[in-house]
Design a binder for this molecule. Structure first.
Ligand code: NAD
Length: 308
């Protein structure tokens, strides 16, 4: 089918957001706040209920940080509908924004199921931090309509959108997604080719891994490592504060996959550290109130330091 018959000159008006965790909830709320109709999809109703709590928190943040009015926040909430049935959730979506866990097998099985039920015109965009779209091509029925739209944590203020296709992505689809990202208040950053980690994470992940390496190799404690970055760079957040914001599920998935790939002993110790200190204790970072720091009011230069 040609891209024209699929109306790729039309703006994207309706999206489905798959996965309503840390990033999915932020993406859904930002889209709705920008006037886009959103269906959120997750594995069970408990997840969608937790997403409602996240939307409450985001409403408060948008009021405080962006000066959003009660009417704007209520209108955004009214544009979001939750659905745990994939077929009906995707039925009217121009675009699926996928923010499910950073695990290739999980994503592949999701795209297989989505391909079987989404309308032919629906564009698939993954928010994956480390995968590239060509790793998902074989499990979709529409390679030309597959690409990434990658957001940064705290989408309302760190508002970049990294847009990356694979060799077979239709340029009209790519352009439409660039346009959409602008519409929802993002600064579009189009990439010319596939790059694992895109632009930001290609720079950021080595820094975060270096900080974790300093910790697990017992070179210095968390506060000292963060201070080195913050004081010297004049930054208001250090690597461990950034990791808390990302959330330990994603941090664990990324570090475990890295350790498996490289076999490096520091990478293995990092993944083990994240697992025992955070995954097994349920302290998953800022969103759960505890990670490397306590929340909601961490004082990064004098933190209530929780990890021994
Ligand atoms: P998360 O663990 O907070 O949330 C994942 C959500 O997906 C959960 O609500 C879970 O119930 C749901 N889920 C699991 N399996 C599913 C399935 N088969 N179908 C639908 N929903 C499913 O994860 P996150 O941190 O929001 O990360 C999601 C994606 O976004 C990952 O690919 C990650 O790399 C990427 N990302 C994360 C960040 C970040 O800072 N956390 C930033 C940019 C991109």
């Amino acid at each position: 089918m040609s891209s024209h018959s699929l109306n790729d000159s039309q703006p994207i008006a309706r999206v489905m957001v798959a996965g309503t965790g840390v990033l999915g909830a932020q993406i859904a709320f930002q889209c709705a706040f920008s006037g886009v109709d959103v269906v959120t999809y997750d594995v069970d109703t408990g997840c969608l209920e937790r997403a409602n709590t996240r939307f409450d928190q985001l409403g408060h943040i948008y009021a405080v940080e962006l000066g959003a009015t009660r009417a704007q926040i209520e209108a955004a909430r009214a544009r979001i509908v939750g659905n745990i049935n994939l077929g009906s959730a995707a039925a009217h979506a121009d675009l699926v924004l996928e923010a499910i866990p950073e695990d290739l097998a999980t994503k592949q099985s999701f795209y297989r199921a989505l391909s079987a039920c989404a309308p032919a015109a629906t564009i698939f965009a993954t928010n994956s931090s480390t995968l590239v779209p060509s790793q998902l091509v074989s499990v979709t029925d529409r390679p030309e309509r597959l690409l990434t739209l990658h957001f940064a944590h705290d989408v309302w203020k760190h508002n970049i959108a990294e847009i990356m296709g694979h060799a077979g992505t239709d340029p009209a689809v790519f352009g439409r997604v660039v346009q959409f990202s602008r519409r929802i208040g993002m600064v579009p950053l189009p990439l010319r080719k596939e790059q694992p980690g895109y632009l930001l994470n290609t720079m950021l992940i080595p820094m975060l891994l270096a900080a974790l390496g300093l910790l697990v190799n017992d070179v210095a404690d968390i506060q000292t490592i963060d201070k080195a970055w913050m004081v010297a760079k004049g930054d208001c957040i250090g690597p461990f504060g950034i990791l808390d914001g990302i959330g330990m599920t994603t941090v664990y998935n990324v570090t475990r996959a890295l350790a498996e790939r490289t076999g490096d002993s520091t990478h293995r110790r990092i993944a083990e550290y994240v697992k025992t200190h955070f995954i097994e204790t349920g302290n998953l970072g800022e969103s759960t109130g505890r990670g490397f720091y306590r929340y909601p009011d961490p004082d990064f230069l004098d933190p209530a330091f929780v990890s021994a």
